[in-house]
Design a protein around this ligand. Sequence first.
Ligand SMILES: [Zn+2]
Length: 303
Amino acid sequence: MKLRGSFISVVVACLAVFASSPRAQDLGSHFRKIKEGIYVQSAREVNSTSSIILTEEGVVIIDTGQTPMDSREVMEAVKKLTPLPVRLVINTEVHPDHTTGNFVFSPPALVVNHEGAFEAMRKAYDPERANTLATQSAGMRDAVQGYRLVAPHIEYRDKTTLRVGERTFELLHLKNVHSEADTAVWLPKERVLFSASVAIPNSINNIRPFVAIPDMLAAIKMMKSLNPEVVVPGHGSFGTTTIFDDSERYYGLLLERVGAMVREGRSLDQIKQELRMPEYKDWSYQERMPSNIEAAYRAVNRR
Ligand SMILES: [Zn+2]
C-alpha cells in the first residue's frame, strides 16, 4: 500500500510538472520553443514573429502577431503556459504587422518601444483597418472584436534595461533601419536576441526613404558583437548570426554593384533597369528591389 501510495504521488507530481510546462507542439503548429520558457509564434515563414517569454512575475510578449488572429493564438498559448498575466509588450517596430494585436494584451500589459513610436503609430492609424481585416474571414471578424490603437505607454531613448522576474531585457535602439522606431531585445543571460526587421532571412526588405543602408549595416554589426546564441528576426525562422552574415553579404554586393554603375555614369533609372542580383533570385519579395537600389544609390552618393 505504501509503495502504491508513493507511486501514485510520483505520477501525480509528474502530471503536475507536465501540465505546468506544455511542449511547444501542444501549443499548436505555429509555435516553436527557443529555450526554457521562451516560445515564438509565426503562421507562415514570411509573417512577423510574436514571442512569449515566461518569468516568475508574469509574461513578456515581443511583437503581437501578423494579424489579430495570431494575437489571439498567442494569448491562448500564454493561458496554457502560465496562470500569470502578460505584464509587458515590447514592439520591435511600429508597423501594423507587429503592433495591431497590442490591444489583445493591453490592458493589463504596458507597451514599450523607442521614442517616436507613439507619434508614428498615431499618425499612421487607420480606423478602418479592423473593418478591412474583418472581411477576410469569419475567424478574423471574431479576432478583431475590441480592436483599438494601443501605442506605446513607455518610450525610451537609445537603450534601456528592464527587469521582469528573474529575467533581464536590454532594449537597444536600431536607428534608421526599418521603421520610425525599431528596437532589438537582448536577453544577456539566455543569449537570445530579438533582432527586429533589419535582417530578414532569405528575403528582400522594404527599404523606406528615411532608411540608410550604412545605418542598417552598423546595427547588424552591433547586434553581431553581442555574440548571441539564438537570433529571432522580426519575420521568418529563428536561427543564428548567419542571418546577419547573409544580409551583410547582400548589402555589400548591392553597394558594390550600384557604386560601379554610378562610376560608369549610369542614372538611377538606368541602374534600376540594368542591375541584377542573381545570387538572391530565390529570396522572397523581389518586387522590393527598386527600393533597395534607391537606398544603395543614396548611400553611394553620400560617400
Ligand atoms: Zn515593418
